[in-house]
Design a protein around this ligand. Structure first.
Ligand SMILES: Cc1cc2nc3c(=O)[nH]c(=O)nc-3n(C[C@H](O)[C@H](O)[C@H](O)COP(=O)(O)O)c2cc1C
Length: 442
């Protein structure tokens, strides 16, 4: 019902970062992929044929100078629909979906994989530790038309299993962390790539516990990029700690080391790197790009303050005209979407799930607190007859017209020196270790 058919080229843009784009031409410049449209049987890398005329799917869109991070239980269809109403050009990531889930829920795939066509460009994030299931999941996802497949490597987000969605599915994040040389990830990426015709990428942290030297990170990147068609890495610029701290703490306690990110950009000129972690404003996004980042991924800030972050992406990052929609107009469109999806999977989605991404829509605005109290009260009164329209009628009076109807305001100023140290602290250039070469050619 919601299957996407893919989009054509978006009108050309005048990027604000023309200097950057000259230095770093569009992403995926050399990326070839196997031309394997909807393969019928599982393919392993040795069967992969690279075609000269390979069309680069991702170049149908402006490159991922800005992307919204995958966030389990947050970047669902509802959030992504809202995000796309605010920014046309931001790349959107799904929540991580376990390959095993895709394979075992084969009869119910739309629930996990379907998305509205307006959500392009959209990246599917898969996690897993079983190559066979990773291959099958990739194949099952192909018909949905994602623009890229991202594989999640180091993350505690699925370990410690905070989320009921992945609890009991095995903490594959931990197992993958014990693969510091990237052997498994290289295999997984080859398998994914051999079973899809879209670009592939890896999202990883900069290290784990004591495996946190720049050289170890480089060995991993070298191995994965040399032994699989992976040319794009999303770098969450802090390491993961396995000492029992919660996934949430793991997103704030390990310090950010942007210097590792910028050193990767320096040392792997043929690869593309997206920086992630602790970037909160469009001002900081642009600073990261000016400093040489190929792309910037924003997670929590884009969820906690969607209007103020996303509404500036098209103009301030892509140099495209800003959306002229006011918050009221966005809500009108979102309401139509919301009412069209309520209950399509039996009890789900329900009103609460559809409304959830809006809870920070009025961040810091007059009426926000009052609106949230109204929303809490209205949730308690929800009946099967409640629609998103009726929900809005009951609650939105709490927000002044001036907020609902005002155009996008000035973007918030970021922390000016956010990347200042990263150039000063750059680690020495990477030299391929003998061990890494041996592993590669063994
Ligand atoms: C609630 C939540 C869920 C997350 N789920 C995922 C996930 O499914 N896959 C993933 O790779 N990262 C996940 N992350 C990590 C984010 O993608 C991102 O790397 C991290 O939040 C750092 O970026 P930020 O500082 O901009 O938020 C999650 C983060 C949060 C806050």
């Amino acid at each position: 019902m919601m299957k996407s058919t893919g989009h054509t080229l978006i009108a050309s843009l005048t990027p604000i970062h023309s200097v950057i784009s000259k230095k770093h031409p569009r992403l995926y410049p050399n990326l070839l992929y196997c031309n394997l449209t909807k393969p019928r049987k599982l393919l392993y890398p040795q069967t992969c044929r690279f075609h000269k005329e390979a069309v680069m799917v991702a170049t149908r869109y402006p490159p991922p100078w800005f992307s919204v991070a995958p966030m389990m239980e947050f970047t669902d269809n509802h959030y992504r629909t809202l995000a796309r109403l605010i920014s046309k050009h931001a790349w959107l990531y799904t929540e991580m979906i376990a390959a095993d889930t895709i394979v075992y829920q084969k009869g119910d795939l739309d629930k996990f994989l379907a998305f509205g066509p307006e959500q392009h460009p959209i990246v599917l994030q898969i996690g897993g530790n079983d190559l066979n299931n990773i291959a099958k999941a990739t194949q099952l996802a192909n018909p949905y038309g994602y623009d890229e497949i991202n594989f999640k490597f180091v993350s505690l987000d699925t370990c410690g299993c905070p989320s009921p969605k992945v609890a009991g599915k095995g903490c594959f994040g931990v197992r993958l962390m014990l693969d510091p040389k990237g052997k498994f990830v290289a295999e997984a990426m080859s398998v994914i790539s051999a079973n899809t015709d879209v670009p592939v990428s890896v999202k990883c942290r900069i290290g784990v516990d004591d495996h946190d030297s720049y050289n170890e990170l480089c060995d991993f990147i070298y191995k994965v990029s040399s032994q699989s068609p992976t040319k794009h890495f999303v770098i969450h610029s802090r390491k993961a700690l396995l000492n029992g701290i919660s996934p949430k703490e793991n997103r704030s306690i390990p310090p950010l080391k942007y210097e590792y990110y910028y050193a990767l950009v320096r040392d792997f000129p043929d690869l593309q790197f997206t920086i992630n972690g602790g970037i909160n404003t469009i001002d900081e996004v642009n600073t990261a790009l000016r400093e040489g980042a190929h792309g910037v991924m924003v997670g929590r800030a884009a969820y906690k303050n969607p209007w103020n972050v996303l509404a500036h992406v098209d103009s301030a990052v892509y140099g495209a005209p800003s959306s002229t929609l006011t918050r009221r107009q966005v809500l009108e469109k979102y309401q139509v979407y919301g009412d069209s999806v309520l209950g399509i999977y039996g009890p789900n989605p329900n009103v609460r799930e559809v409304i959830r991404p809006l809870l920070s829509f009025f961040h810091s605005e007059p009426g926000n607190g009052h609106w949230k109290r109204q929303v809490d009260a209205a949730f308690l009164k929800c009946t099967p007859e409640t629609t998103i329209k009726s929900f809005f009628e009951e609650t939105l009076a709490a927000i002044p017209d001036s907020v609902l109807d005002s155009p996008i305001t000035q973007a918030s100023i970021g922390f000016p020196d956010v990347f200042a140290d990263s150039k000063r602290l750059l680690p020495p250039p990477y030299m391929v270790q003998e061990e890494a070469e041996e592993l590669l050619y063994a």
